[in-house]
Write a protein that binds this ligand. Structure first.
Ligand code: NAD
Length: 258
Protein backbone atom coordinates (compact mmCIF):
# COMPACT_ATOMS: atom_id res chain seq x y z
CA UNK A 1 0.00 0.00 0.00
CA UNK A 2 1.31 3.46 -0.87
CA UNK A 3 0.37 5.34 2.29
CA UNK A 4 0.69 3.73 5.70
CA UNK A 5 -2.41 1.52 5.88
CA UNK A 6 -5.08 2.18 8.48
CA UNK A 7 -5.71 -1.20 10.09
CA UNK A 8 -8.30 -2.27 12.67
CA UNK A 9 -7.15 -5.26 14.74
CA UNK A 10 -9.92 -6.53 16.99
CA UNK A 11 -8.62 -7.87 20.28
CA UNK A 12 -5.27 -6.39 19.28
CA UNK A 13 -3.88 -5.64 22.72
CA UNK A 14 -2.80 -9.13 23.71
CA UNK A 15 -2.14 -12.62 22.38
CA UNK A 16 -2.27 -13.20 18.64
CA UNK A 17 -3.85 -9.79 18.01
CA UNK A 18 -0.92 -8.10 19.69
CA UNK A 19 1.52 -10.25 17.69
CA UNK A 20 -0.18 -8.96 14.55
CA UNK A 21 -0.20 -5.36 15.82
CA UNK A 22 3.54 -5.52 16.60
CA UNK A 23 4.44 -6.80 13.13
CA UNK A 24 2.33 -4.03 11.57
CA UNK A 25 3.75 -1.39 13.93
CA UNK A 26 7.27 -2.18 12.69
CA UNK A 27 6.03 -1.32 9.19
CA UNK A 28 4.63 2.02 10.37
CA UNK A 29 0.92 1.17 10.14
CA UNK A 30 -1.82 3.32 11.65
CA UNK A 31 -3.50 0.96 14.08
CA UNK A 32 -6.95 0.95 15.63
CA UNK A 33 -7.11 -1.68 18.35
CA UNK A 34 -10.29 -2.68 20.09
CA UNK A 35 -11.02 -4.68 23.19
CA UNK A 36 -13.03 -4.63 26.37
CA UNK A 37 -10.37 -3.40 28.80
CA UNK A 38 -10.12 0.23 29.93
CA UNK A 39 -7.88 2.65 28.04
CA UNK A 40 -5.79 2.97 31.19
CA UNK A 41 -5.17 -0.79 31.31
CA UNK A 42 -3.96 -0.97 27.74
CA UNK A 43 -1.87 2.25 27.83
CA UNK A 44 1.48 0.40 28.25
CA UNK A 45 0.68 -1.71 25.16
CA UNK A 46 -0.27 1.38 23.16
CA UNK A 47 2.99 3.10 24.16
CA UNK A 48 5.06 0.05 23.20
CA UNK A 49 3.46 -0.07 19.75
CA UNK A 50 3.97 3.67 19.28
CA UNK A 51 7.65 3.25 20.15
CA UNK A 52 7.85 0.59 17.41
CA UNK A 53 6.63 3.10 14.80
CA UNK A 54 2.83 2.96 14.75
CA UNK A 55 0.19 5.58 15.32
CA UNK A 56 -2.28 3.88 17.64
CA UNK A 57 -5.88 4.48 18.64
CA UNK A 58 -7.62 2.29 21.20
CA UNK A 59 -11.40 1.91 21.17
CA UNK A 60 -13.33 0.07 23.87
CA UNK A 61 -15.62 -2.11 21.78
CA UNK A 62 -17.20 -5.53 22.16
CA UNK A 63 -17.42 -7.08 18.71
CA UNK A 64 -20.65 -8.85 19.63
CA UNK A 65 -22.43 -5.49 20.08
CA UNK A 66 -23.87 -3.75 17.00
CA UNK A 67 -23.48 -0.32 18.65
CA UNK A 68 -19.86 -1.01 19.48
CA UNK A 69 -19.09 -2.21 15.95
CA UNK A 70 -20.49 1.05 14.56
CA UNK A 71 -18.48 3.03 17.11
CA UNK A 72 -15.30 1.22 16.08
CA UNK A 73 -15.70 2.09 12.39
CA UNK A 74 -16.84 5.67 13.13
CA UNK A 75 -13.90 6.35 15.45
CA UNK A 76 -11.46 4.92 12.90
CA UNK A 77 -12.71 7.30 10.22
CA UNK A 78 -12.79 10.21 12.68
CA UNK A 79 -9.19 9.61 13.76
CA UNK A 80 -7.50 8.59 10.50
CA UNK A 81 -9.95 9.62 7.74
CA UNK A 82 -9.96 6.16 6.11
CA UNK A 83 -9.97 2.41 6.72
CA UNK A 84 -7.81 0.07 4.63
CA UNK A 85 -7.73 -3.22 6.50
CA UNK A 86 -9.93 -5.05 8.98
CA UNK A 87 -8.35 -7.90 10.91
CA UNK A 88 -11.01 -9.97 12.66
CA UNK A 89 -8.92 -11.48 15.44
CA UNK A 90 -10.96 -11.14 18.65
CA UNK A 91 -12.39 -14.43 19.79
CA UNK A 92 -13.03 -16.52 22.87
CA UNK A 93 -12.85 -20.15 23.92
CA UNK A 94 -15.69 -21.66 25.93
CA UNK A 95 -15.53 -20.84 29.66
CA UNK A 96 -15.60 -24.56 30.37
CA UNK A 97 -14.54 -27.26 27.99
CA UNK A 98 -17.69 -29.40 27.99
CA UNK A 99 -18.40 -32.59 26.07
CA UNK A 100 -20.79 -32.12 23.16
CA UNK A 101 -23.18 -34.47 24.97
CA UNK A 102 -23.47 -31.95 27.82
CA UNK A 103 -22.43 -28.49 26.56
CA UNK A 104 -24.89 -25.64 27.16
CA UNK A 105 -26.85 -23.46 24.77
CA UNK A 106 -25.62 -20.48 26.78
CA UNK A 107 -22.01 -21.22 25.82
CA UNK A 108 -23.07 -21.85 22.23
CA UNK A 109 -24.79 -18.45 21.99
CA UNK A 110 -21.85 -16.64 23.62
CA UNK A 111 -19.35 -18.13 21.19
CA UNK A 112 -21.54 -17.63 18.14
CA UNK A 113 -22.06 -13.96 19.07
CA UNK A 114 -18.40 -13.14 19.69
CA UNK A 115 -16.59 -15.45 17.27
CA UNK A 116 -18.93 -15.51 14.28
CA UNK A 117 -21.74 -12.94 14.32
CA UNK A 118 -19.40 -10.19 15.56
CA UNK A 119 -16.77 -10.54 12.82
CA UNK A 120 -19.39 -11.24 10.16
CA UNK A 121 -21.25 -7.99 10.76
CA UNK A 122 -18.08 -6.02 11.47
CA UNK A 123 -16.90 -7.17 8.03
CA UNK A 124 -20.20 -5.98 6.56
CA UNK A 125 -19.74 -2.52 8.12
CA UNK A 126 -16.05 -2.30 7.15
CA UNK A 127 -16.76 -3.57 3.63
CA UNK A 128 -19.41 -0.91 3.03
CA UNK A 129 -16.98 1.71 4.23
CA UNK A 130 -14.22 0.36 1.93
CA UNK A 131 -16.53 0.16 -1.10
CA UNK A 132 -17.50 3.80 -0.56
CA UNK A 133 -13.82 4.79 -0.43
CA UNK A 134 -13.03 2.75 -3.56
CA UNK A 135 -15.84 4.43 -5.45
CA UNK A 136 -14.45 7.88 -4.55
CA UNK A 137 -10.82 6.94 -5.21
CA UNK A 138 -10.00 4.08 -7.61
CA UNK A 139 -6.46 3.83 -6.17
CA UNK A 140 -7.88 2.93 -2.72
CA UNK A 141 -6.68 -0.43 -1.42
CA UNK A 142 -8.74 -2.46 1.04
CA UNK A 143 -8.29 -5.90 2.56
CA UNK A 144 -9.92 -8.14 5.15
CA UNK A 145 -8.14 -10.82 7.18
CA UNK A 146 -10.02 -13.33 9.33
CA UNK A 147 -8.26 -15.18 12.13
CA UNK A 148 -9.97 -18.54 12.03
CA UNK A 149 -8.52 -21.73 13.44
CA UNK A 150 -7.57 -25.29 12.55
CA UNK A 151 -10.69 -25.97 14.66
CA UNK A 152 -12.63 -25.23 11.46
CA UNK A 153 -11.52 -28.72 10.41
CA UNK A 154 -10.23 -30.54 13.49
CA UNK A 155 -13.09 -31.87 15.64
CA UNK A 156 -12.59 -31.24 19.37
CA UNK A 157 -15.59 -32.82 21.10
CA UNK A 158 -14.96 -30.85 24.30
CA UNK A 159 -15.49 -27.51 22.54
CA UNK A 160 -17.85 -28.20 19.70
CA UNK A 161 -19.31 -24.70 19.89
CA UNK A 162 -15.86 -23.18 19.26
CA UNK A 163 -15.25 -25.49 16.28
CA UNK A 164 -18.60 -24.52 14.75
CA UNK A 165 -17.79 -20.81 14.99
CA UNK A 166 -14.45 -21.33 13.25
CA UNK A 167 -16.03 -23.48 10.53
CA UNK A 168 -18.46 -20.57 10.02
CA UNK A 169 -15.55 -18.15 9.68
CA UNK A 170 -14.24 -20.39 6.88
CA UNK A 171 -17.44 -19.78 4.92
CA UNK A 172 -17.46 -16.07 5.81
CA UNK A 173 -14.00 -15.78 4.21
CA UNK A 174 -15.36 -17.28 0.99
CA UNK A 175 -18.53 -15.18 0.98
CA UNK A 176 -16.71 -11.90 1.47
CA UNK A 177 -13.96 -12.81 -1.02
CA UNK A 178 -16.61 -13.46 -3.67
CA UNK A 179 -18.67 -10.36 -2.88
CA UNK A 180 -15.77 -7.91 -2.63
CA UNK A 181 -13.65 -9.09 -5.58
CA UNK A 182 -15.23 -6.55 -7.94
CA UNK A 183 -13.88 -3.80 -5.69
CA UNK A 184 -10.36 -5.35 -5.58
CA UNK A 185 -10.77 -5.93 -1.85
CA UNK A 186 -8.86 -9.13 -1.01
CA UNK A 187 -10.16 -11.36 1.76
CA UNK A 188 -7.85 -13.86 3.47
CA UNK A 189 -7.98 -16.20 6.42
CA UNK A 190 -5.24 -17.34 8.77
CA UNK A 191 -5.81 -20.63 10.58
CA UNK A 192 -3.48 -20.81 13.57
CA UNK A 193 -2.71 -24.15 15.17
CA UNK A 194 -1.68 -24.18 18.83
CA UNK A 195 -0.35 -20.75 19.76
CA UNK A 196 1.04 -19.71 23.16
CA UNK A 197 -1.41 -17.08 24.48
CA UNK A 198 -3.75 -16.61 27.46
CA UNK A 199 -6.31 -18.69 25.57
CA UNK A 200 -4.11 -21.80 25.70
CA UNK A 201 -2.48 -20.98 29.07
CA UNK A 202 -4.81 -23.35 30.92
CA UNK A 203 -3.88 -26.36 28.80
CA UNK A 204 -0.12 -25.76 28.63
CA UNK A 205 1.00 -29.07 30.10
CA UNK A 206 -1.37 -31.09 27.95
CA UNK A 207 -0.03 -29.47 24.77
CA UNK A 208 3.61 -29.57 25.95
CA UNK A 209 3.29 -33.35 26.08
CA UNK A 210 1.52 -33.47 22.70
CA UNK A 211 4.31 -31.45 21.02
CA UNK A 212 6.81 -33.85 22.55
CA UNK A 213 4.85 -36.77 21.08
CA UNK A 214 4.84 -35.44 17.51
CA UNK A 215 1.61 -33.40 17.28
CA UNK A 216 3.32 -31.04 14.82
CA UNK A 217 6.13 -31.32 12.27
CA UNK A 218 7.81 -28.27 13.80
CA UNK A 219 8.20 -29.33 17.41
CA UNK A 220 7.26 -26.16 19.29
CA UNK A 221 4.38 -23.91 20.28
CA UNK A 222 3.36 -21.35 17.69
CA UNK A 223 3.85 -17.72 18.70
CA UNK A 224 1.75 -14.61 18.12
CA UNK A 225 4.67 -13.36 16.02
CA UNK A 226 4.38 -16.38 13.68
CA UNK A 227 0.81 -15.34 12.95
CA UNK A 228 1.72 -11.64 12.89
CA UNK A 229 4.30 -12.11 10.14
CA UNK A 230 1.79 -13.85 7.89
CA UNK A 231 -0.84 -11.19 8.58
CA UNK A 232 1.71 -8.45 7.78
CA UNK A 233 2.42 -10.08 4.40
CA UNK A 234 -1.31 -10.05 3.65
CA UNK A 235 -1.66 -6.40 4.71
CA UNK A 236 1.42 -5.39 2.70
CA UNK A 237 -0.02 -6.93 -0.47
CA UNK A 238 2.48 -9.79 -0.59
CA UNK A 239 -0.28 -12.32 -1.29
CA UNK A 240 -1.32 -11.07 -4.72
CA UNK A 241 -3.79 -12.92 -6.97
CA UNK A 242 -4.85 -15.14 -4.07
CA UNK A 243 -8.04 -13.67 -2.65
CA UNK A 244 -10.14 -16.09 -0.61
CA UNK A 245 -7.14 -18.22 0.41
CA UNK A 246 -6.55 -19.75 3.80
CA UNK A 247 -3.04 -19.86 5.23
CA UNK A 248 -2.61 -22.45 7.95
CA UNK A 249 0.00 -21.46 10.54
CA UNK A 250 0.23 -24.65 12.57
CA UNK A 251 3.78 -26.02 12.34
CA UNK A 252 2.45 -28.87 10.22
CA UNK A 253 -0.21 -30.08 12.69
CA UNK A 254 -2.73 -30.61 9.90
CA UNK A 255 -0.36 -32.65 7.75
CA UNK A 256 -1.58 -36.22 7.35
CA UNK A 257 1.18 -38.77 7.89
CA UNK A 258 1.39 -42.49 7.44
P1 NAD B 1 -6.54 -14.22 23.85
O1 NAD B 1 -7.58 -14.66 24.80
O2 NAD B 1 -5.13 -14.18 24.29
O3 NAD B 1 -6.90 -12.80 23.23
C1 NAD B 1 -8.16 -12.54 22.70
C2 NAD B 1 -8.34 -11.07 22.50
O4 NAD B 1 -9.66 -10.84 22.00
C3 NAD B 1 -8.19 -10.28 23.78
O5 NAD B 1 -7.53 -9.08 23.51
C4 NAD B 1 -9.63 -10.01 24.19
O6 NAD B 1 -9.80 -8.84 24.93
C5 NAD B 1 -10.28 -9.87 22.83
N1 NAD B 1 -11.72 -10.12 22.88
C6 NAD B 1 -12.35 -11.21 23.39
N2 NAD B 1 -13.67 -11.07 23.28
C7 NAD B 1 -13.89 -9.86 22.71
C8 NAD B 1 -15.04 -9.14 22.35
N3 NAD B 1 -16.26 -9.64 22.55
N4 NAD B 1 -14.89 -7.93 21.76
C9 NAD B 1 -13.68 -7.42 21.54
N5 NAD B 1 -12.54 -8.04 21.87
C10 NAD B 1 -12.65 -9.26 22.46
O7 NAD B 1 -6.70 -15.21 22.61
P2 NAD B 1 -5.75 -15.49 21.36
O8 NAD B 1 -5.19 -16.85 21.56
O9 NAD B 1 -4.84 -14.35 21.10
O10 NAD B 1 -6.84 -15.62 20.21
C11 NAD B 1 -7.01 -14.64 19.19
C12 NAD B 1 -7.78 -15.30 18.05
O11 NAD B 1 -7.04 -16.40 17.55
C13 NAD B 1 -9.14 -15.86 18.46
O12 NAD B 1 -10.07 -15.63 17.42
C14 NAD B 1 -8.87 -17.34 18.59
O13 NAD B 1 -10.03 -18.11 18.41
C15 NAD B 1 -7.85 -17.55 17.51
N6 NAD B 1 -7.03 -18.74 17.67
C16 NAD B 1 -6.22 -18.92 18.76
C17 NAD B 1 -5.44 -20.07 18.84
C18 NAD B 1 -4.52 -20.32 20.00
O14 NAD B 1 -3.96 -21.44 20.06
N7 NAD B 1 -4.28 -19.39 20.90
C19 NAD B 1 -5.50 -21.03 17.83
C20 NAD B 1 -6.33 -20.82 16.75
C21 NAD B 1 -7.08 -19.67 16.66
Amino acid sequence: MGNAPVVIVTGGTRGIGLGIAECLAKEGAKLVLCGRRSAEDVQPVVEKLEAMGAEVAYVIADVSSADDRKKLIDETIERFGRLNVLINNAGVAPNVRADVLDASEESFDRLMNINLKGPYFLTQAAANCMVEQKQKDPSFEGRIVNVGSISAEVASVNRGDYCLTKAGIGMATKLWAVRLAEFDIDVFEIRPGVIATDMTGGVKEKYDAMFENGLTLQKRWGTPEDVGKVAAAMVRGDMPYATGQVVTVDGGLMMHRL
